[in-house]
Write a protein that binds this ligand. Structure first.
Ligand code: 4GN
Length: 240
């Protein structure tokens, strides 16, 4: 999977050298190519922004320098995504959809934004990571790269994605590890039983329970089996 990132702050992406994503980069499973928009400035002081037409606070990134940075990447098949609070809200199904692309170009704005004309010229899709405003598109781009990379073959254990809650529209069941007792709290007996059939059923019930109690809205939009519906009824009838 190829990510090209157009940014004024390439150093912010050093965080992708850590942990699982760092390993994926080392293995060549993903490639993150950072393009410093400032390198394409024709200004003698490497200026990339100017005051907004019509007045107002702050600075706007100029179209030509962004366009020239974009043009330095040559791939007509790449999808160009602008990280913006105005974009379509990211969720797990959007992540899965984007992971099917071979090549993504992520455009990160700063200051008051980017001249609209270059956005209209090169951007295929705007994506938001949530309804809040940040100082730049870099953190959202990092979120996008991390979430998409998990779907690239070999980055994480294959079954952890399918098993995982959100991919199925449910929240995760609770996890436990040693010691067996911590602050007088026991690991649930079933997990020590070695009976994998029963463990799977217990975990499914816990997933349904935690989703019902923390994010009941998620249950509206998913297809539950008759068995799941029956378990959910049991949960609803439990005294809290
Ligand atoms: C994206 C970008 C939030 C998001 C951003 C988001 C930079 N803030 N919710 N800030 O995904 C002006 C220039 C605002 C680009 C933009």
């Amino acid at each position: 999977m190829q990510f090209d990132v157009l940014t004024l702050f390439p150093e912010m992406f050093k965080i992708l050298d850590e942990s699982i994503i760092g390993k994926a980069k080392e293995k060549g499973l993903i490639n993150v190519n950072l393009i410093n928009i400032r390198d394409f400035s024709k200004d003698k002081h490497k200026k990339v922004d100017d005051t907004p037409y019509g007045g107002g606070a702050g600075m706007v990134m100029q179209p030509e320098v962004v366009y020239d940075a974009y043009k330095s990447i040559k791939d007509d098949k790449a999808k160009v995504i602008y990280m913006s609070p105005q974009g379509k809200k990211l969720n797990q199904s959007k992540v899965e959809e984007l992971s099917k692309k071979e090549h993504l170009i992520l455009l990160c704005g700063h200051y008051e934004g980017i001249d609209q004309r270059v956005i209209d010229e090169i951007v295929d899709e705007e994506v938001s990571i949530g309804d809040y405003v940040l100082t730049g598109g870099e953190l959202p781009a990092i979120v996008l790269i991390d979430s998409i990379s998990r779907y690239v073959q070999g980055v994480i254990k294959e079954d952890s994605k399918k098993e995982e809650s959100f991919a199925q529209g449910l929240l995760e069941y609770p996890q436990y590890t040693r010691p067996e007792v911590f602050k007088n709290r026991q690991v649930p007996d079933i997990l020590l039983s070695g009976h994998h059939g029963n463990i799977d059923k217990w975990r499914r019930k816990q997933s349904l329970r935690v989703t019902f109690s923390k994010r009941p809205d998620l249950l509206e939009n998913i297809q539950l089996s008759d068995e799941d519906k029956q378990i959910l009824e049991e949960i609803k009838n439990e005294v809290p």
